[in-house]
Design a protein around this ligand. Structure first.
Ligand code: NAP
Length: 275
């Protein structure tokens, strides 16, 4: 790992097509910062070795994505309160010589939500991975939900996540229409809808949404997933994953540089890439 300028790295197993380099390199350029952001594929056995390279100087920090968000934790000196609560890290920063793990998905998820609208509501989250857990923490701490249900194909996985988090009810898909019917906010935190699964939906095709409901899809590519198009057709409000993607990146950018990401420039750059 030898780079001419200080770099931020993205660690994951399939990061070659990530748009995070475009986001951060656009922001670095717009602010005249001589940093760069590089996607760096690593396999599970190399996680520890990769983390030791982060020195806060030539390697300023890192983002972490699937499947290493939990695996990096033993190699860090401390965790932020958010990373501790979620049990997963998506951003690493060196502070006073110590490697600190952060989770900016919580801030990212909340960014496009009008929080007062969703206070004390019934909320359903699909998926049981790192993103779903960040959503659960965001919802539990900021929206104080009336009910919070985590739906997973394997209910034991959702149950384990709820047990670790200390809140939430676990469910499988057997009663999904009933769960959806009583929800105010429905969040997709599975990869269904994103290439190569762009033709798939996390719900049965005959699912019914209502006009008072909001469907939030964490998938950001395409901008309008099949799920969002269906929810819109049925009169529900929708939120796509792109604002979250930019907001979680902006929070990481701030941690590394102390500067505010020029979000307008980043959005303009992404407009050509995410349709
Ligand atoms: P992950 O750790 O791989 O977890 C995905 C979860 O989805 C799994 O726990 C799995 O639970 C469920 N799942 C997978 N395939 C499924 C299928 N065919 N049908 C139903 N459920 C399925 O991934 P993640 O990090 O949580 O990310 C999830 C999604 O959120 C990804 O598409 C990612 O790109 C997106 N995301 C977006 C942002 C953003 O900024 N917009 C940020 C983070 C993540 P079960 O197998 O138990 O059902």
């Amino acid at each position: 790992m030898l780079y001419p300028t200080p770099v931020c790295l993205l660690f994951g197993d399939r990061v070659e097509h990530s748009i995070s380099p475009l986001i951060h390199n656009t922001a670095f350029k717009c602010l005249g910062l001589s940093f760069s952001y590089v996607a760096y594929p690593i396999q599970a056995e190399d996680v520890g070795k990769a983390i030791t390279k982060i020195d806060g100087k030539s390697i300023l920090g890192a983002n972490v994505t699937i499947p290493h968000k939990m695996a990096v934790i033993p190699y860090l000196d401390s965790l932020s309160a958010e990373a501790k609560a979620v049990g997963a890290v998506n951003t690493i920063h060196v502070q006073d010589g110590k490697k600190v793990g952060h989770n900016t998905d919580i801030e990212g998820f909340l960014a496009p939500l009008d929080q007062t609208t969703f206070l004390d509501k019934n909320i359903v989250v699909l998926g049981a991975g790192g993103a779903a857990r960040a959503v659960m923490v965001a919802v539990h701490t900021k929206l104080r939900p009336k009910s919070l249900t985590l739906v997973s194909r394997r209910v034991e996985k959702a149950r384990a996540a709820c047990d670790t988090l200390g809140f939430g009810e676990a469910a499988d898909y057997s009663d999904i229409q009933q769960l959806v019917s009583s929800a105010d906010l429905i969040v997709n935190a599975t990869p269904l809808g994103m290439p190569p699964l762009q033709d798939e939906m996390p719900f049965p095709l005959n699912i019914q949404f209502q006009s008072h409901q909001t469907v939030y899809d964490l998938v950001y590519k395409p901008k309008k997933t099949r799920l969002l198009l269906l929810a819109e057709q049925q009169g529900a409000s929708t939120i796509g994953g792109l604002p979250m993607l930019i907001a979680q990146a902006a929070a990481a950018f701030k941690i590394w540089t102390g500067k505010t990401m020029p979000v307008g420039d980043v959005e303009a750059a992404l407009n050509n890439v995410i349709l």
